[in-house]
Write a protein that binds this ligand. Structure first.
Ligand code: FAD
Length: 409
């Protein structure tokens, strides 16, 4: 299939070369680094961890992000690790009965001229890291940023006490962003965690563990996303790592006392998981049984209080730092990549350091309403996915079945 060819030369050299400091080598930070470096800027990425190792599990790569990855020259590498999804199957929680199927590839790919698939977060991050290094981005690990200068002029201080000077700072430091906190306080607000009510167990099952069960192996070999919808929770599952690992995210209510926990790597309790899903599809429960004790990860899903502004003078927030969202519309990473795409364009059009606040204002005008709309749509989707059995659930399922069969309801 022919994918989108960018006819506007967004990668053209910028009018002026700036020194840009990016805080965080996650998905958003590395994407921004590639885009800005390709436009000719001098880019330093400061990352707190000593080694950028594979963390996380599966994420979905929607066309709005794969299209930008194409512009950044990384899509070909990324696709080598991506399972192109044929469809998403929506299923009944008690027995796995199919309620409806939403086609993805090639339909969505043709519609947007860009592919959609699933990928391990570690593979995506590694492809971005390699591309950033290839472009000549200066990536410094074990560099934890503790603050930006008080006037947000483009300087950051490291935990070592050293200051690094740039013309602008892009804070891509994720959901636990310290720079967001500093910015919100400078704007007279208070940054605080907003619990979403949900938590996620994350399971990755290697093919070897499913070897003896043909039906389960089929789950792995077919390029389908599957979503079981039930009261108070749902399960999203799809293959990653070239169909050698089955990735499952199991959504359920947050446990009291974990509401402000923002860890991605907290150990989950297998007995508690099996108890919550005790009346769910036996196939799902069988898949859950493959997780060895102590290997289950649980991730509390939180948001943050809405922000008045995403930038202050020459410092700007991108990705989860400014729009953390529930992963129910597969847009967490995609929105961070969109931020990077827009920043590249905003920085390309200015000539003076004094124009940087204007460029960041334009970025905010383009991105804030869209990012917040998608945050809200993820929160609304939660309500529909987690309905208890009853008239509203029946109406939802009838709508899904009608849409899948081409009906109008
Ligand atoms: P992230 O990708 O979270 O990157 C933020 C980066 O900033 C991290 O590398 C962090 O170490 C660094 N950082 C933070 N503070 C500082 C500081 N003060 N100084 C220097 N560096 C700093 N999403 C999913 O859908 N599925 C998953 O399985 C999944 N697993 C994840 C695992 C981890 C460990 C993390 C950090 C995120 C995970 N995500 C996952 C979230 C997903 O990557 C993000 O929602 C999305 O990609 C947005 O990316 P981001 O660049 O804004 O933030």
């Amino acid at each position: 299939m022919e994918f989108f060819q960018d006819d506007l030369n967004w990668n053209a050299k910028a009018k002026r070369r700036f020194r840009i400091i990016i805080v965080g080598a996650g998905i958003g930070g590395l994407s921004a680094a590639i885009g800005l470096k390709r436009s000719g800027h001098r880019v330093i990425v400061l990352e707190q961890v000593p080694v950028i190792a594979e963390v996380g599990a599966g994420i979905q790569l929607a066309p709005n992000s794969s299209r930008i990855l194409g512009r950044f020259g990384v899509l070909e590498d990324v696709l080598e690790h991506t399972t192109l999804m044929v469809a998403n199957v929506l299923k009944r929680w008690t027995n796995g009965r199919e309620i409806g199927t939403a086609p993805i590839m090639p339909t969505v790919g043709q519609l947007y001229s860009a592919p959609m698939g699933s990928i391990h977060r570690g593979d995506l991050q590694r492809c971005l890291l390699e591309a950033a290094m290839y472009e000549g981005v200066d990536i410094r690990t074990s560099h934890r940023v503790v603050k930006v200068d008080e006037n947000f002029e483009g300087r950051v201080q490291l935990s070592s006490g050293e200051w690094i000077e740039g013309d602008a700072v892009i804070a891509a430091d994720g959901i636990k962003s310290d720079i967001r906190k500093q910015m919100v306080e400078a704007q007279g607000g208070v940054d605080h965690v907003v619990p979403t009510g949900d938590s996620a167990y994350r399971i990755t099952i290697p093919k070897q563990r499913m070897q003896h069960n043909k039906q389960e192996l089929q789950l792995l070999s077919e390029n389908f996303g599957r979503r079981w919808m039930g009261p108070g929770g749902h399960v999203m599952a799809y293959p990653v790592k070239n169909n050698t690992i089955y990735n499952m995210v199991l959504l359920h209510p947050q446990k009291p006392g974990t509401e402000t926990d923002e860890s991605w790597t907290r150990k989950g309790d297998k007995a508690e998981m099996l108890d919550f899903y005790k009346s769910w599809d036996p196939m799902l429960r069988n898949l859950m049984s493959y997780v060895p004790e102590g290997e289950l990860l649980e991730w509390t899903l939180n948001s943050h209080a809405p922000l008045t502004s995403w930038h202050e003078n020459k410092c700007v927030l991108i990705g989860d730092a400014c729009h953390p969202m529930l992963p129910y519309v597969a847009q967490g990473a995609a929105q961070a990549i969109e931020d990077a795409g827009v920043l590249q364009v905003c920085f390309a059009s200015i000539k003076r350091i004094s124009d940087i606040p204007l460029a960041l204002k334009i970025y905010e005008m383009v991105r804030k309403s869209r990012g917040e709309a998608i945050q809200n749509s993820a929160a609304q989707t939660r309500k529909a996915l987690h309905l208890a059995d009853g008239p509203r659930q029946q109406e939802r399922d009838a709508n899904i079945a009608g849409a899948a069969s081409g009906g109008s309801n």
